[in-house]
Design a protein. Sequence first.
Length: 429
Amino acid sequence: MPLKLLRDQKKVEKKLSVFPRVCDACKSAHRKLFKLLAACVQTAAIVALAQTVFSHSNSQTVFAAGDSDWVEDGVSEFAVPRGRPETLPQTRKQNEDRQVFQYQARPGQTTEPTDVPVGEISDDGVPVDTMGKTKKVRAPIQAGISTWQQGSGNGFDQRAARLLQQSPVLATPRIINADPKVFKSWLTATNPGVLEGATKESIVEIKGEWDDCAHALRTFGLPYTRVNPKKLSETNLNNTKIIVVNCEGHLPMESILQLRRFVAMGGYLLTTDWALENVVDKAFPGIIEWNEGYYTDGNNNNVVDAVIVADDAALTAGTPPVGHWLLVKKSQIVRILKPETVKVLARSRHMREDPDNLGILAVTFTYGNGRVMHLVGHFDNNSELAFNSAIPDAAPGLGFSLRQALAANFIAQALKQEIPEANSAKTEK
């Protein structure tokens, strides 16, 4: 019982003892009343004490959202687009003079792989083993980490990080019906004279199952010749400047060898989506590869944001700095193995499925005297909508997609080159 109540009770009992007429029952009831009152006061005191302790504890351990001085690097200015879950993309911590890339080694990958210098080709066009298969040659990656001093404008340096952080996030695009005249007028305005002298032999398109680059080529007004994947090694490439390989890109080894030789001699190669694993990794091992990650959010129409991050005036001519990018279901995600050779043209802040957290959409690299460009996704307007003229990811001010503009610029650069020498050389069987 609290001390004050105890003293008060004794005072009352002393006064009651003066009156003999007060019965013992009244005195007993009085004592019980004082005990009950004391219990209530004690309980209230305990509750008040607990509230005080809890409030003090919260003030020491719980921070308000705006009180912390911690900011995740690279996302402080990032705005979540409408219609997407409010989950910030993971970004790699930037260093002032270098960036560390962390890769997950594939099962069975050696810890000290050999490297193939760009431009060096064996007598038969590609390092092969006794079974005639392409060797898996990897860049020197130790313990799953590759550290490289970066230059400027390669698409994964400090400049690229700032562009990804500061570029606005556009509203979700609506599907438009593309006007074929817009494609051709943009191409000729951006690349004057590109169609002059271009023939059907200048562009060779390798038929694929999922992408239809031929439809995009026709829309841009570009002539081409379609070749069966099994017949490429027998095709005369004397007048060919660029070869376009559709997703999924299943080519026999003879055709892979032909592609490698064609690029090394000065030709251009454009590949899309699954051709990353089926063509690029086999023909040019140790430069880029599929990191075994797929982009898919469960929908058939996967449109992500896209930011131009490379310093390449020719390939980014006439394009907006920010746009959209259609990634079909299970688009293969790119991993960089040789960063000193590769230039990343476009990246996305929405590809949370990327194990490497880079969100690469388009890359290019030189090999020998030629050049390769790979698109994550397709070159055609779309591959899953009812009408092939529908474009789900039209870029601002273009009337078609950013991925198509980059690919068209790459083809235009190829058409401006001289005919590669020794293109007609056949792969010896």
